[in-house]
Design a protein around this ligand. Structure first.
Ligand SMILES: *[C@@H]1O[C@H](CO)[C@@H](O)[C@H](O)[C@H]1NC(C)=O
Ligand SMILES: *[C@@H]1O[C@H](CO)[C@@H](O)[C@H](O)[C@H]1NC(C)=O
Ligand SMILES: *[C@@H]1O[C@H](CO)[C@@H](O)[C@H](O)[C@H]1NC(C)=O
Length: 357
């Protein structure tokens, strides 16, 4: 009926027919806001007042900006970037990003900045920004837009002739810290956030790149059952148990090795999915790590799978950030399927929990 009405108007309208064909439901929010969580207060001797007086600095917290739909589903989606929150906000060409897509689907959406990055950059220690004049080149290759700078994959899901889109993409970055310490810092603050109940009792992390390792570590540190799922898009770095003969890495990309009891918390999650674009070969070390991590999680009763967008779902030309790709609507449909299949798409529940904070 609705499609018949739209078909009728399509003939009269100046609006692009593709827009008419897929009417979008409005985004209706009950509220939005933000807060700091985790972190600590450093107390030192006063550098000014009388001797013996102390002074404090509250620092190293994370920051959450939240958007709660008027009729929310139960699952709270936490979007965890590795470069900046912008990757969740818009498609590469400025079109609709995951944030609005999943608000339209009535999921509460939370944008997370871990300690020392983005809007949580109030650090407990000195930090420094060193400009790297090769960053644009580095981003191009790291984000798998092509094998070398401005040498695009022929099928890449990026508007390759739109120079403004490229500058938007490559400049939307925060200073980041790819260190072991920062992984611990982010995951500790995120675990406090997860256990606080302030982002609900049903949390699914969506992560990109180095966010995936941080979310896995968060699940091993959480002491509640609030974390229900993790979907990583091209996660660089994985967590393993200490009985698997895996040597921990020293940097910010793992492998992270944790006591078996902590690792088993990953097996308690409803579902985990490690997603890869089709320009990642099976021989790529992090694809291999994702398969090993999934099999170890499943060995302890968990539900973890690897999804290759090309081989398994027929989506070609995905970048390192597939949820911002031109075909992100198709990538989002795969996430819909994941949430539905695992019973994470419901509204409220029988015991009256509205799924709100
Ligand atoms: C703070 O001051 C006390 C004496 O008032 C001193 O014993 C202590 O070492 C000082 N601590 C620091 C961190 O400077
Ligand atoms: C979980 O419990 C352990 C042991 O009591 C504690 O050390 C840790 O800080 C707790 N985690 C969080 C996120 O509160
Ligand atoms: C553990 O790994 C090392 C090298 O990574 C290998 O040499 C050794 O044989 C392995 N041990 C077992 C018990 O698998």
């Amino acid at each position: 009926m609705l499609s018949a009405i739209f078909a009728l108007f399509a003939g009269l309208s100046v609006v692009d027919s593709a827009e008419i064909a897929r009417p979008r439901s409005p985004i209706v929010l009950e509220r939005s806001g933000g807060f700091q969580i985790g972190g600590k207060t450093v107390t030192t001797n006063s550098t000014f007042g009388p001797p013996g007086q102390t002074q404090e600095l509250s620092c190293d917290h994370g920051y959450i900006e939240y958007f709660i739909p008027w009729q929310p589903r139960k699952t709270n989606i936490v979007m965890w970037h590795s470069s900046s929150t912008q990757v969740w906000q818009n498609r590469w060409d400025g079109g609709e990003g995951y944030k609005d897509m999943f608000l339209r689907r009535n999921y509460p959406v939370h944008l997370w900045d871990g300690p020392r990055v983005g809007r949580a950059n109030w650090a407990c220690v000195p930090t420094q920004y060193y400009p790297n004049y090769a960053s644009d080149h580095g981003n191009f290759v790291a984000w798998n837009l092509g094998p070398s700078y401005k040498n695009w994959w022929p099928d890449v899901q990026f508007p390759t002739t739109n120079d403004a889109a490229w500058h938007q993409a490559t400049s939307a970055r925060y200073v980041e810290y790819d260190t072991e310490e920062n992984v611990q810092l982010h995951s500790s603050a995120a675990a406090v956030a997860a256990d606080s109940g302030k982002i609900g009792k049903d949390i699914v992390y969506l992560t990109n790149s180095a966010g995936g390792l941080r979310a896995m570590m968060t699940a091993t540190k959480s002491n509640t059952t609030n974390i229900k799922g993790i979907v990583t898009y091209e996660s660089i770095g994985y967590v393993f148990p200490d009985n698997a003969n895996i040597t921990a890495g020293r940097g910010g990309f793992g492998p992270f090795v944790v006591p078996l009891a902590q690792f088993k918390k990953l097996a308690k999650l409803t579902a985990i999915q490690f997603v890869w674009g089709d320009h990642r070969a099976d021989s790529y070390e992090y694809v291999q790590q994702s398969r090993l991590a999934a099999s170890l999680i499943n060995k302890y009763g968990g539900n973890a799978k690897v999804l290759k967008l090309g081989d398994d779902a027929g989506l070609k030309g995905s970048t390192h950030i597939p949820f911002a790709d031109i075909d992100n609507a198709k990538v989002a449909e795969l996430l819909d399927e994941f949430l539905e299949r695992n019973g994470l798409d419901g509204y409220g529940d029988e015991d009256g929990d509205e799924g709100r904070m």
